[in-house]
Design a protein around this ligand. Structure first.
Ligand SMILES: [Zn+2]
Ligand SMILES: [Zn+2]
Length: 342
């Protein structure tokens, strides 16, 4: 089968690979669309240590079931499906408690950290276990369905956060995940969503996607939020960057007793205002990947409650993948999601 293989760091080759075998409980999907994730771009040069070559990357995919192994009953050949990027074991304590993203034995599709290797979906076919496969709603395109993983990251962050109807929410960082979080927060019943970023183009996009107020991070964000909330501050905040300044902005924008959900993690360690967190009784949540929210996300996508069309920069043939990886790696401005089609 045609595949795009990371043969060595910073080298992607389109080459023929053996068709992946279908074992008991497995589903072989003929891939229609597979998005390039930021984690793939990080893994590409070896810096993350999680894409040890040779590996077929790609975990944000949708396609058609081609065949199923013994014991698979939930899907059938011909079904339109997507799958979770994470393969939970189903038997550890966390899985049995329903916290599948915290699974002790989790694997990620298209990842090879050394102890294991799980080929991904930058290929004509990919094999995944049936328990991570989900049907697509009618009318949801494969390219949009391939966005379900980033959508699930935003939806999980919102699910983690104690939101009440009409709450005022601040979203700091309007990249892909921030823009999806704006939409998920609105869908969850937030009354006013403030979107914060340094980039005016991103703020305009946030406004188009449902943010009620946009604030450039160069301004005094917390003062603007406090002024717009009768001197109280926001009830909840989301940080979708992962750096000291945006985290400080989120903390300063919260009311007493408010909650901050941390999604971004580009900086491994940051200083935070301990006094503000303690004396104002703020609650901080970490949010990682998603935990069983795929059906909900597919429903939100199918109904248009979350829109992803604006977030897709390009849909290109798999053969163009190496060029797109280079452009993403070079941080070409304005690029968001690139979807490859084998
Ligand atoms: Zn991803
Ligand atoms: Zn587990």
């Amino acid at each position: 089968m045609k595949s795009m293989v990371l043969t060595e760091y910073r080298r992607l080759e389109i080459k023929d690979m053996p068709m992946p075998e279908v074992g008991p409980g497995d589903v072989r999907v003929r891939v229609d669309s597979c998005g390039i994730c930021g984690s793939d771009v990080h893994g590409y040069d070896g810096s993350s240590g999680r894409r040890i070559p040779p590996i077929i990357m790609g975990h944000e995919a949708a396609g058609v079931v081609e065949s199923v192994g013994p014991g698979v009953e939930s899907v059938h050949p011909g079904d339109r499906v997507t799958f979770d990027s994470m393969i939970s074991c189903g038997t550890c304590g966390f899985c049995r408690a329903g916290e599948i993203n915290l699974c002790d034995n989790r694997r990620v599709v298209g990842v090879s950290p050394g102890e294991w290797k799980q080929h991904g979906a930058f290929a004509e076919y990919v094999v995944v276990p049936q328990h991570i496969v989900f049907h697509l709603p009618d009318g949801l395109s494969f390219a949009h369905a391939a966005m379900v993983e980033p959508v699930s990251v935003a939806v999980h962050a919102v699910s983690r956060t104690p939101i009440r109807l009409g709450d005022r929410a601040v979203v700091v960082g309007c990249g892909m995940i921030g823009l999806l979080t704006v939409q998920a927060a609105k869908a969850a019943g937030c009354g006013v969503v403030f979107a914060v970023d340094l980039d005016e183009t991103r703020l305009e996009r946030a406004a188009r996607l449902g943010a009620d107020v946009t604030i450039n991070a160069k301004e005094d964000v917390s003062a603007a939020v406090v002024a717009a909330t009768d001197g109280r501050g926001a009830d909840v905040a989301f940080e979708a960057v992962g750096a000291a300044n945006p985290i400080a902005t989120a903390i300063e924008s919260l009311r007493k007793g408010g909650a901050l959900t941390l999604i971004g993690n580009v900086t491994p360690k940051v200083e935070v205002d301990l006094q503000a967190i303690v004396t104002r009784e703020l609650t901080l949540y970490g949010s990682c990947a998603s935990s069983g929210e795929y059906p909900l996300c597919l429903d939100l996508l199918g109904r248009g409650a979350i829109e992803v069309d604006e977030l897709v920069t390009a849909v290109a043939p798999l053969e163009d993948g190496p060029v797109w990886f280079d452009r993403l790696y070079a941080r070409e401005p304005g690029l968001m999601k690139v979807i490859l089609q084998p």
